[in-house]
Write a protein that binds this ligand. Structure first.
Ligand code: C2E
Ligand code: MG
Ligand code: MG
Length: 746
């Protein structure tokens, strides 16, 4: 009985389909009213399941009902099926109250009275016993036992042939089987399918079974009275049709092709296994579900990680790009970027008409700013400078910072050289606007070297080198100017570089020498001081003056070493002249870088000790730029110098970047009015007034005043009238060698 599951499901579905089909047939049958048509009347047993019976809902159903309905449908008949007690059904047929019985077993007696269609089923009669019965295997074994059967059933004809059998007729087979289940009888004789139907319906299949071979096989089917051949033929035709179109097979399958309780039994037998299987499937589904969720989470997490990694990568790439191609202080492109851009342009030159130019800018005396105001101020100015330069150029031009205070500009799409001159001039003009840092107004100037493609070079290296040479030329012109590269400057530029190299060796090779210029007290006409001024005995060029090398020495830092030598030399010389009985003050120029150098005061003290010069006989000349730099630091050093007793003079006074307001706060004791005010004081009323104002101001705050560059008596007379203290200039003496001073002293 344990059929493969798949097959059972198939059968189950088939049964459902048949029920459905049957429903359609019935519906169609009801669609036409009975008055309109000839209705064939059938009778059947009201309680002969599964052939025909009234179910718990009052529906008359069963195998025969389905078969007759299918035949009627196939043959186009209108029918009525009436359930009755079996005996009444037979009587109804015989009395022509109905036309046919829906199903009846063929016996010899019956064949005399009725006609049967071809059988719709072959009925078997079998023995039913309780499952624990072992001694009944055939009909012979029933001898002497209590056997029940359905009254009027065809078994009645042979049960009495069994010797000594106690035959117990019952109303129907179901009652017989109840008696057997209750052990009231030993066996039951009855129709196999009918018996099994009742066992299943009453859940007795595990208690009662069939044994032995079938006792008889009897044909079974619809029947009519002998004289109703016409109806028989009609039914026969319908039957043939439903056999042909498989409706018959499906109905048979529905009722007998399957143990109707099989699925339930199967479920019962395999209850545990099915449960385990269901749990397993459930677990697998749950596992897959959870696994899927986990997988999704992992994928999500991984996706997020990848996205994050990607973002980081982009940020890193940007950082790397910025580091590689940008200057951190000004955020402008750097040299690498500029050079790549230049290479790109040179690689793609097609347009013969358009040219381009490289501008090389260097801020004049920017070292001073850094050295005096500190690097962060220098950086701030560079940043402002970058912004200002960027505003001056065209959109496609490139401004790059390529070194300390050096900038490149790549000017593109030039149609005429006048455009270059115009940009250079607008840069120089823009520099006239001051930079405001803290409380100071700073004025900067720049020098610009320009190389124009192709005259200024046809490759990157040549363009950059020649713009550099042009820059040197611009600086030579005094700064605050531009120079466009032409053939004539390349040698001069080279010359400058040679000079720098020679300067590096000048200190070590005793090529420096000091000249001294007397300072005269105007009232008395006596030499009260000497200013030490450095000269360089250049091996190629002979004696060079400071304007040729001091700026270079400051740029390269050589000034520290050089300044120390000058200070020592001047102090020793002063000591010598003082020892000879001359009461003089030695003035020494101190560059900003030297003044700001952290060991400056220490070196100064040791030089004073070394030379034995008294501090009061030394005056340091510093410029305004030193003073306005890191004011706190400067004030501190100035205080230290004052405490040491060393004099301090502000040199070139009146030319500096800043105002006079700071003078009061500082420990200085002398102002040196710049030569530019004095040189035409006798003709230039404005300068005369300025010089006078400076003198009055100095006197008011108790400072000594020296006038520089006094070249004639007229000038001296005016200064005397103005009550200026000291005069210095060619009128008295040019700066001269030690030997000349010796002569003068004597
Ligand atoms: P300074 O300190 O103002 O020096 C005065 C400059 O004016 C000297 O030029 C001097 O020769 C020049 N001079 C003096 N009287 C007259 C005059 O009547 N007419 C004209 N036309 N010029 C006159 P020098 O020696 O060429 O020095 C130039 C500058 O170089 C100096 O200006 C000073 O700033 C710097 N310097 C000179 N020697 C040293 C030094 O030893 N150390 C440092 N750090 N700087 C120095
Ligand atoms: Mg001086
Ligand atoms: Mg001066």
């Amino acid at each position: 009985m344990k059929l493969p599951m798949k097959k059972n499901i198939l059968i189950f579905v088939t049964v459902l389909t048949l029920v459905f089909i049957q429903g359609i047939f019935v519906d169609e049958g009801n669609a036409i009213t009975k008055e309109e048509i000839k209705i064939i009347r059938f009778a059947g047993d009201e309680n002969h399941p599964p052939y025909e019976y009234i179910d718990e809902n009052g529906n008359y159903r069963g195998y025969n009902i389905d078969i007759i309905n299918a035949i009627a449908h196939a043959a186009g008949l209108y029918i009525e099926i009436i359930p009755m007690e079996w005996n009444d059904a037979i009587l109804a047929l015989e009395n022509n109250e109905v036309d046919s019985l829906i199903g009846m077993s063929q016996t010899e007696d019956r064949l005399k009275k009725y006609k049967f269609t071809s059988p719709t089923i072959i009925n078997e009669q079998v023995i039913f016993v309780n499952k624990d019965t072992v001694h009944i295997n055939s009909i012979e074994d029933l001898s002497g036992l209590k056997v029940s059967y359905q009254k009027n059933d065809l078994n009645e004809s042979f049960i009495h042939d069994i010797p000594n059998v106690i035959a117990l007729p019952e109303k129907d087979l179901e009652d017989c089987l109840f008696e057997l289940a209750n052990n009231e009888v030993d066996a039951v004789l009855g129709n196999r399918v009918v018996g099994i139907f009742h066992l299943q319906r009453n859940k007795l299949t595990d208690k009662i079974m069939t044994v032995g071979e079938s006792i008889t096989s009897v044909k079974y089917g619809p029947t009519v009275l002998k004289d109703n051949q016409e109806l028989l033929n009609t039914l026969e035709e319908g039957l043939e049709q439903i056999k042909k179109n498989k409706t018959f097979d499906r109905i048979y399958g529905k009722w007998f092709g399957e143990d109707l309780g099989y699925i339930k039994l199967l479920i019962k037998d395999y209850k545990n296994e099915i449960m385990i299987l269901a749990i397993l499937i459930g677990l697998v589904v749950l596992f897959l579900y959870l696994y899927n969720i986990r997988l999704k989470k992992q994928v999500l997490k991984r996706t997020q990680e990848l996205e994050q990694a990607n973002d980081d990568l982009i940020v890193k790439q940007k950082e790397i790009y910025n580091l590689a191609y940008n200057d951190s202080i000004t955020s402008l492109p750097n040299r690498i970027y500029f050079v790549e851009e230049l290479n790109g342009i040179l690689d793609n030159i097609k347009d013969e008409v358009d040219s381009f130019a490289v501008f090389f800018l260097d801020i004049d005396r920017f070292k001073h700013i850094n050295d005096t105001l500190g690097h962060h101020v220098g950086d701030h100015i560079l940043n402002l400078l970058g912004i200002r330069l960027s505003k001056l150029v065209k959109d496609l031009d490139i401004v790059a910072r390529v070194g300390g205070d050096e900038f490149f500009i790549l000017m593109k799409g030039i149609k005429d050289e006048s455009e270059i001159v115009s940009l250079a001039n607008s840069i120089l003009m823009d520099f006239k606007e001051p930079y405001y840092i803290r409380d100071y107004e700073l004025y900067l100037t720049t020098s610009i070297g320009i190389a124009i493609y192709p005259d200024g070079g046809v490759d990157t290296q040549a363009l950059l080198m020649n713009s550099d040479l042009a820059l040197y030329k611009a600086k030579d012109l005094g700064g605050n100017s531009y120079y466009i590269y032409g053939d004539e400057i390349s040698s001069e530029g080279l010359e400058k570089m040679v000079l720098l190299n020679q300067l590096r060796q000048a200190c070590d090779n005793d090529q420096l020498v000091l000249h001294y210029q007397p300072q005269i007290e105007i009232k008395t006409g006596k030499i009260v001081g000497l200013e030490a001024l450095v000269r360089w005995n250049n091996p190629d060029k002979g004696l060079l003056y400071p304007d040729k090398f001091i700026a270079l020495a400051e740029e390269t830092g050589l000034i520290i070493q050089m300044g120390e030598w000058i200070l020592r030399q001047a102090c020793m010389q002063a000591r010598e002249w003082i020892d000879q009985g001359n009461d003089i003050i030695m003035s020494v120029n101190i560059s900003a870088k030297q003044f700001q150098h952290k060991t400056f005061v220490k070196e100064l003290v040791s030089i004073l000790i070394e030379s034995g010069l008294e501090p009061k006989n030394l005056t340091l000349e510093i410029t305004e730029t030193i003073v306005i730099s890191d004011i706190e630091y400067t004030l501190n050093i100035l205080d230290m110098l004052k405490n040491l007793g060393i004099g301090v003079a502000i040199d070139d006074f009146g030319t500096g970047y800043s105002s006079l307001s700071y003078l009061n706060e500082m420990s200085v004791n002398e102002l040196k009015i710049d030569r530019s005010f004095i040189s035409d004081i006798e003709k230039n009323h404005k300068n005369k007034m300025l010089a006078n104002t400076i003198i009055i101001l100095a006197k008011q705050i108790g400072l000594k005043v020296t006038a520089e560059g006094v070249e004639n008596l007229e000038q001296l007379t005016i200064l005397k009238e103005m009550d200026c203290d000291i005069a210095q200039g060619y009128h008295f003496s040019k700066p001269v060698s030690k030997e000349k001073i010796d002569e003068m002293m004597n």
